[in-house]
Write a protein that binds this ligand. Structure first.
Ligand code: ADP
Ligand code: MG
Length: 238
């Protein structure tokens, strides 16, 4: 089943078009990576999917329903950014529950979701701490936890590991992959790091200058790159 369908999607800032007609289909439960060099439009596209950025032209559908005009909350999407933006004055538990309390969700249900997410992410021992008493990796897990408790139909990640050191990056990478296996929720993962995309994703979309160069499984891109740009990007050392 198709979870997200983009048809001839375009984005302009004033008279400058930065996304030039993109067609992508994301299957339900799929882990898909959007890769490409800095400035190619990855974050813009992700914000268009989330509803944070209005679409200039084209069509965006979730489960065959047009969502062009729907707000982020109506789309039931959760985003994880590279800057975790945790609330510094709140405990980890409060950071996880705050968004749900604003939705006036039942207290018992909130606690159930927070405890389950904390356990899944192995942060259940830190629920009473403030973010500043956590390591970078633990903070990033709280940020992911905040997305999980909302039980979104799609997770969007925008370079979530780029503030972590190399060792932690590799570790968190495999934790996110494991999380996807457990939750089986559709995930769209933006990175400029081709190795990250190749090791994590089931399908990769290669973007360049606001256009799709190729969509395929990691092995397909590696063995049969569509053009010199894809070959150069996938094959380049970091
Ligand atoms: P990436 O995430 O791949 O690095 P972005 O999506 O941030 O790329 O940016 C894509 C292009 O759109 C860039 O040329 C950038 O300068 C431009 N852009 C992004 N946001 C804005 C904005 N708010 N106003 C004008 N141009 C923008
Ligand atoms: Mg970006």
């Amino acid at each position: 089943m198709t979870a997200i369908s983009m048809k001839d999607l375009r984005k302009s800032y004033g008279s400058l078009e930065v996304i030039h007609g993109i067609d992508i289909e994301v299957q339900s439960g799929e882990f898909i990576a959007l890769v490409g060099p800095s400035g190619c439009g990855k974050s813009t596209l992700l914000r268009m999917i989330s509803g944070l950025e209005p679409i200039s032209a084209g069509q965006m559908s979730f489960d065959d329903q047009r969502v062009n005009e729907l707000s982020p909350a109506q789309r039931q999407i959760a985003m994880v950014f590279q800057s975790y933006a945790l609330y510094p004055h709140m405990s980890v538990r409060k950071n996880l529950s705050f968004g749900l309390e604003n939705l006036r969700m039942d207290k018992a249900e909130i606690n159930r979701r927070v405890d389950a997410a904390a356990k899944l992410l192995a942060i259940d021992g830190y629920l009473d701490r403030r973010p500043k008493a956590l390591s970078g990796g633990q903070r990033q897990r709280v940020a992911i936890g905040r997305a999980i408790v909302r039980q979104p139909r799609v997770f969007l990640f925008d370079e979530p590991l780029s503030n972590l050191d190399a060792k932690l990056r590799v570790q968190t990478r495999s934790e996110i992959t494991k999380l996807h296996k457990q939750l089986k929720t559709t995930m769209i993962y933006v990175t400029h790091d081709q190795v990250e995309a190749m090791t994590m994703a089931q399908k990769i979309v290669v973007l360049n200058k606001g256009k799709v160069e190729q969509i395929g499984r990691p092995l397909d891109l590696f063995e049969r790159p569509a053009n010199l740009f894809v070959a150069g990007f996938i094959g380049s050392p970091r």
